[in-house]
Design a protein around this ligand. Sequence first.
Ligand code: SF4
Length: 293
Amino acid sequence: MPYSLDPELRRALVERVRYSHEMGIYDFYRREPRLGESTENASTGVAPFPFSTELREEMPARKSAVALAIAEDNILEIALSRPEDRVADPVEALKLIREDLGDCTRCKLHKQGRKQIVFGVGNPRAELMFVGEGPGADEDAQGEPFVGRAGQLLNNMIKAMGLRREDVYIANVVKCRPPGNRTPEPDECETCSPFLMRQIATIKPKVVVALGATAAKNLLAMNSSLGDLRGRWFDFKPSGAQSSDATWPGARLAVTYHPAYLLRDPRQKGETWKDLQMVMKYLGIEPPKKAAE
Ligand code: SF4
C-alpha cells in the first residue's frame, strides 16, 4: 500500500538533506541486513529504504515506510547526487566543487581576517597529491597553497623527486587562513574537510602525502604522533566522499614533515627525503641524477 508522507516530516527531511549538502556532505550509508533479517518489511510488505544518514542505525517499520515514500518522492536521488557527479572530467568536477564551496562562511575562519579562500592547485588528474594544514599569509594574499617560503621548499622537494609542481595537486585541510597562522581548530577542520575529501575523490591520486601532523590526523582520523605515522603506508579512501569512479581502489597515504617545520628544523630534511623516496619507489619514479637541496 502506498505510504503518504506527512508534509511536515517531508519538509524536515528535505531540510536535513539540504543541510548535509550545504556542509559539503553528499554520501549516505547503507546498512546491510543482519544474518536472518528479512529485507522486506513485515507490516508494509516493501523493501526498506537502504540508506541512512546515521551509521548502523536501526530502521523500524514506520521509518522504512517513510523512507520508501522519500525514495518515491525522488529525495533519494537528490540525497545521493553531488554536483561533480554530473561530469566525468575532473577539471569540470573541481570547478563544481569550488562553486559549491562558494563564498564560504561555514566555519568561523571566514570572519577572522581571511582575504580569500585557497581552494587548491595543480593537475586535476595527478597521481600524487600533497595535503597541508591551511593557508598562511602569502597563500591568503595570492589565493594559492604553498607559495611562501614553505612553498618554495615544497617545490624543491617535488623537483628533487623528478616532478614539476604542475604534475601534482596541492591542497590544505582548511581553505582559509587561521589568524596568526595558528593551527586550525578541530571544528574548523571538520567543517572544511568534506570539500578536501571531495577534491581527493575527484582527482583519484595513487598517493596522498600528508604534510605535518594536522593533515595526517585529519586525513587518517588518528591521534598518533608524527613519529608513529611516518615511514609507513596507510590505505586511504576519502571519508564521506565516495569517488564516482567505482574502479578507483583508493589511495595510499604517507606522512612526512610540513615544509614550514623543516624551515625551523632543517635537520629533518634527510628524514623527509626518506619518506619521499618511499613514495617515489611506489610510483616508480626515478630521481634525477642531482636532487635539489
Ligand atoms: S575554512 Fe573552509 S569551512 Fe571554514 S570558512 Fe573557509 S572554506 Fe569555509
